[in-house]
Ligand binder design. Structure first.
Ligand code: SF4
Length: 348
């Protein structure tokens, strides 16, 4: 068992930030994702922390003020019945944790019957291993799932009003413009645009530094070539896809801190509004605020769409640092103006 990181979690049901820890309660994995080193490093047999040991730890964490647990094990659902019984026991003692877990798509489909009760027990968010929408990419990554599986798993979680944090790998050396188009359509169709903080999906890339099967393969095929571009970790064979990656990574690094600052202001405002008004989310006041938050979150995706259009029109060379800076500053200023107008109008 491993405590990975202490953090805070925005509990959207209670409209508050709560103390949270990330923890790993298993070792090993019997899947064969080629971008992962866990099966080789820890073995294919999955073992879980014994329940009494986990119970002691969770009780201690509760005493220390932790109210949200994030289980990072992809095999969490294989152990779900035992953990679920433990959470019920803790709840009866007045220790009601909110929690999130990670899962491959297939395990969500296989364990549908548990999800409703998990939701009632405090499930808030699933870090779903969507990874990519293109079948050739999924095949290279050794992932046995189809777009229909991904769509169905997302629908199940959305129907339960459970937050989804998609784990994605958008870029790798063999990414093409067609792949990126498919990914954009997939994300739009499944209503995943703008639901993760900042550019988590849009700057995601295959980690080729790790000792993984795909890392070995790409190195031996000379597909892993270091890049002289300070914003991206390696070269992408398709030059247009590489240019898009450059601008998204540029946006993330140059505008990320400002973007996160505004998002924090908006979340704090959301908490204030929610504390003042019950059912705030269905009021005009609530809807207007959510619109501003959503608009901020969509900014990187609008940039992604604009870059793809430029690529289609053969116009990517016309994009300059100045044009990206101008548009990004304009967008962020627009959100800031909306924030201040909102506060002025509602006198908050
Ligand atoms: S990515 Fe997750 S599911 Fe795939 S092999 Fe690694 S631990 Fe297992």
């Amino acid at each position: 068992m491993e405590l990975i990181k202490e953090d805070s979690f925005f509990d959207y049901l209670n409209e508050s930030f709560v103390d949270s820890v990330r923890l790993r309660i298993s070792k090993g994995c019997n899947n064969s994702c080629t971008f992962c080193s866990i099966p080789d490093e820890e073995g294919r047999e999955v073992s879980f922390t014994p329940i009494p040991q986990l119970e002691d730890l969770l009780s201690l964490l509760w005493e220390q003020g932790v109210r949200h647990l994030e289980f990072v094990d992809d095999n969490f659902l294989q152990y779900v019945e035992s953990v679920s019984r433990l959470l019920i026991t803790l709840d009866r003692r007045g220790q009601q944790f909110a929690f999130s877990f990670s899962s491959p798509v297939k395990l969500i489909l296989k364990n549908q019957k548990h999800l409703i009760s998990l939701r009632q027990q405090g499930l808030r968010c699933v870090n779903l291993k969507v990874i990519n929408s293109n079948q050739d990419v999924l095949y290279r990554y050794g992932m046995k799932m189809t777009a229909a599986d991904q769509h169905y798993a997302i629908q199940i979680l959305q129907a339960l009003r459970c937050q989804i944090q998609p784990e994605y790998i958008l870029f790798e050396p063999l990414t093409t413009i067609d792949h990126l188009h498919n990914d954009l359509v997939f994300l739009e169709k499944n209503k995943l645009l703008g639901i993760t903080p900042f550019t988590d999906i849009l700057t995601s890339c295959l980690d080729l530094e790790k000792e993984t099967p795909i890392g070995f393969e790409y190195r031996s095929r000379k597909l892993y070539l270091p890049s002289s571009d300070p914003y991206i970790p390696y070269q992408i064979m398709d030059e247009r896809a590489q240019t898009i990656y450059h601008w998204l990574a540029y946006f993330s690094q140059e505008f990320g801190p400002q973007w996160k600052e505004i998002e924090q202001l908006l979340l704090d405002l959301r908490i204030t509004v929610a504390n003042q008004k019950s059912n705030w989310i269905v009021t005009n006041m609530g809807q207007e605020l959510m619109y501003i938050i959503y608009d901020l979150r969509l900014a990187p995706y609008d940039l992604f769409k604009a870059l793809l259009s430029c690529a289609d029109e053969g116009d990517l060379d016309s994009i300059t640092t100045e044009s990206i800076n101008f548009q990004s500053n304009q967008r962020l200023q627009w959100v800031k103006d909306q924030y201040w107008s909102y506060r002025k109008y509602y006198r908050i």
